[in-house]
Design a protein around this ligand. Sequence first.
Ligand SMILES: [Fe+2]
Length: 302
Amino acid sequence: MRTAGSTTPADISRAVVVSFDRCESERLRRVMQSLVSHLHAFATEVELTQDEWEAGIRTLTETGHITDDRRQEFILWSDALGLSMLVDALENTGSQGATESTVLGPFYVPGADVREVGASIAEEPAGEPAWVHGYVRDVSGRPIAGAELDVWQNGDDRLYAVQNPDAPEHHLRGRFRTRDDGSYAFLAVRPVPYTIPDDGPVGRMLAATGRHPWRPAHIHMIVRAPGYRTVATHIFDAESEYLDSDAVFAVKPSLLRDFVRRSADDPERPAGVGGPWCSVENDLVLEESSRPGEPTDPGRTA
Ligand SMILES: [Fe+2]
């Protein structure tokens, strides 16, 4: 029989882990027991105080309150703590030379307009025009016709359309399909570095810990094609600031691209461009969605 006062921190942790023993889902049981074990180990290791945990609860509460259809503070936490990139790395092993993935980020809005090849995604002036072009191929080099590129980016005011109530709904985003030879092109603008939203709990954490909120300039892209693994990735401007200190740890060397400066009288100038512009060559490689002998869910089979 247990005597009063004998319950130790280890007793508490063990009791909570055991409470999940009868969970019918093996996967859920493993996740919950591991979560509790690591959460308790964390609190024990740092000797978490009552005041600190109350502050933690307030921060989580504020994170919920500030999150809505246009502001996603939970994704910001995941991004700023590197968890988004860790999960991405666990799921996408980057085999076979396929284009590497990176964070989705908090500004993706599904349902962008489908636009013609070569069309502009800027519905109002938003910076230096950038002609983005390339091919979508499989890992053997065969073109993938009809692949969808779902692109979004910020303008020279640093904002995504979803952050700016005055911007047209489909400004700086759009969906494109590759031609029969796998080629694609669209007119974007040269992206600029921006700060992740830093007026909420994540911003306070960054300031309190001496971290900056900047991300290097990039264009987001999700590439989809039937029979292939969907990839969410970026084109990073190879000349951008903050490539070595991205606030969300999303830079991969294979995703850096040169934004080549072009003059207004360049004969390859895209229609509707009147001044200086730049071009970006960006080929993409998709891997098939499943390969014989490959576990469908690597990393979760141990
Ligand atoms: Fe972004």
